[in-house]
Each structure stands twice: as structure tokens, then as C-alpha cells.
Design a protein around this ligand. Structure first.
Ligand code: SER
Length: 313
């Protein structure tokens, strides 16, 4: 990667990835794009262009204008929002991906897009879910992710586009809050712990999901994109994870720093049913073997860092 275009650059992952890539590759080498502009570091610290990912022509024009050699496609709806607007989700998630893949093909650019634990479904083995397994998701988001993985592999085999992807678990960060995801509770809980000392969880106790701290997710993207292609047996997409926990465990970890912290439950049936259809934990050994993936933050280390940063905020 030398000159990179990011779509959805002001979103949950994009806003931090843009800043990180500018630190590594140079501010002018990373072209941030989104449907709106704001006053964040991602928007202001280097080139920024308005791109609606469903508008193929503008996306291609911007990529050509900057002569990019890498496309990182982040713009998408998360699981709960997609479930509330399935037709819109299909059009945005799949239309945007198709346009981004076509842009990469035209420019002979390297390509990254995230998949998710949402690509699995109720018939997938639930514990230590293997890299290669059953994919019958029951959410629109999951359908989009599986189709996206297949489409990305298709572009590699058919057109030689260097496509790579990661199946991210829930991502936790103190910078940009997620919007409309199922794993968002694991972010909200920290904000509420610092602000109010209590949190009402919409995900029920006993519900395990994989999670990862954002710095590990950003490192994983860079590492995968820079990995030796001859070592990659898989491409779209690799299982990656850092931890698996249920709400009571994150609450217990928070209590080590905020002893009076209390958790209660008011389960949201829609997000709970999405969570129930996802794995309890996934097996990331393919990522470890093929390109050396390693997460640095476990639940304890992440909790300490999250609470510190949020208190400063
Ligand atoms: N964090 C995402 C969501 O909950 C999962 O990929 O939708």
C-alpha cells in the first residue's frame, strides 16, 4: 500500500484507521472519503472527498484523481440497522461493495473490506468456530457479509484483484462510537460506567460474543494488507478475535476499577436474536498461521485502557 482511498472514513473503524494509515504512509497518501464531512482528525488531517459509495462514477473519479493503489472499503450498515432496513442495507452494503471492487479492478489496486462474525448463523458450530465452516446467516447483515466474501474471492480469481478481508468480532473503542450494531453494548457499558456507574444491557447475561480492542483491529488490517500473498491460502475473510465474554464478565472487570458499578438487563429481542445466531467464540488459527495475526489486548488490559481514556474524555 502506498496511496490509499478509504470509503466510510468517518465511521466506526474508518475514523481511526484513516489517522493510523496517515501516520504510517504519510498524510497526503491517504484519501478519506465519506458521504458527510465533520471536524474530526480523520476529516481534517489529509485529503478528503465526498463519496456516496452507491455512486460508482464519483468513486472511480476520486480514485483516478489520486491514482490510488489500494482501496479500503469501510462504508456499510451494521447488523441492527440493516435488520431494520433490509432493502436499503442490501443496496448500500452490496452496491457499495460492487462499486468499490470495480474501482479496484479498474485501477489494479489492492483491496480490503471487513467481514464479520455476522457471516455465521445458527447452524454454524458455536464454539471455536472454524475458519472454513457452514455459513447460513439469518440476518440481512450476515447475508451481505457472506455475499461480500464470495464476491471478493470472485474478483481475486476472475480478475486478479488482490482482495483481502477479516471477519471482525465486536470492536471496542473510546474514539468513535459504533452505530446500530449488536455488539455495541460492550462499548456503551464503558461510557455509562464512567458517566453513571451503572448500565442496562440490551444483551442478556450468558450471551457470549467475540470482541476486540480497536488498536488490535487496526494493526490486523495493516498486517494483512502487507502480508506476503504467497503465504495466503485464504483471502476473504480471515477469522480474527481477541476475547470472548458475556455481559457479566465485562461488568466484573469494570468493578475492579469502579467497585460500585452495577449492571441490569432489559433485553432487546431483535438484537438478542441476532447475538444468539452468532458464534460464542471463533478460531483464528488460519490468520495466525498465514500472516502472523496476534491480538495484544485481552479483557483486563482493554478495560483498564478504555476506562482511563474515557475518564480523560
Ligand atoms: N459489530 C458488528 C455488529 O454488531 C458485528 O460485525 O453489527
Amino acid at each position: 500500500m502506498k496511496r490509499i482511498m478509504i470509503t466510510g472514513a468517518l465511521g466506526q473503524i474508518g475514523s481511526e484507521l484513516t489517522v493510523k494509515l496517515r501516520e504510517i504512509y504519510g498524510a497526503d497518501q491517504v484519501i478519506a472519503t465519506d458521504i458527510r464531512k465533520n471536524e474530526t482528525e480523520a476529516a481534517l488531517s489529509g485529503p478528503f472527498e465526498m463519496v456516496d459509495v452507491t455512486d460508482a462514477r464519483t468513486m472511480l473519479e476520486v480514485a483516478k484523481k489520486y491514482n490510488v493503489d489500494s482501496v479500503i472499503h469501510m462504508a456499510a450498515l451494521l447488523s441492527a440497522t440493516a435488520e431494520a432496513n433490509p432493502v436499503f442495507a442490501w443496496n448500500l452494503n452490496m452496491g457499495g461493495l460492487m462499486n468499490a471492487l470495480e474501482t479496484a479492478r479498474e485501477l489494479k489496486a489492492q483491496f480490503f473490506t471487513p467481514s464479520s462474525i455476522g457471516a455465521f448463523g445458527p447452524s454454524t458450530p458455536k464454539d471455536r468456530t472454524p475458519q472454513d465452516t457452514i455459513h447460513r446467516p439469518t440476518t440481512m447483515y450476515g447475508v451481505n457479509k457472506v455475499a461480500g466474501e464470495l464476491l471478493s474471492d470472485y474478483y481475486f480469481h476472475k480478475f486478479g484483484v488482490d482482495t483481502r478481508g477479516l471477519r471482525f468480532p465486536g470492536l471496542i473503542s473510546y474514539v468513535t462510537p459504533p452505530g446500530g450494531g449488536t455488539t455495541d453494548y460492550a462499548v456503551e457499558i464503558y461510557y455509562e460506567a464512567v458517566k453513571n456507574g451503572k448500565y442496562t444491557s440490551y444483551i442478556d447475561k450468558g450471551t457470549y460474543m467475540d470482541m476486540m480492542y480497536m488498536p488490535d483491529a487496526l494493526d490486523a488490517i495493516v498486517q494483512l494488507m502487507e502480508a506476503d500473498p504467497s503465504k495466503l491460502k485464504h483471502r476473504n475473510s480471515f477469522n480474527v478475535t481477541a476475547m470472548s465474554f458475556e455481559p457479566e464478565q465485562i461488568a466484573a472487570e469494570i468493578r475492579k476499577h469502579i467497585p460500585h458499578f452495577e449492571i441490569s438487563y432489559k433485553v432487546d429481542p431483535i438484537r438478542q436474536s441476532i447475538a444468539d445466531s452468532w458464534p460464542n467464540s471463533i478460531d483464528d488459527s488460519a490468520a495466525v498461521e498465514e500472516w502472523g495475526f496476534k491480538a495484544n489486548f485481552d479483557l483486563g488490559k482493554m478495560t483498564e485502557n478504555m476506562l482511563d481514556k474515557l475518564k480523560q474524555k
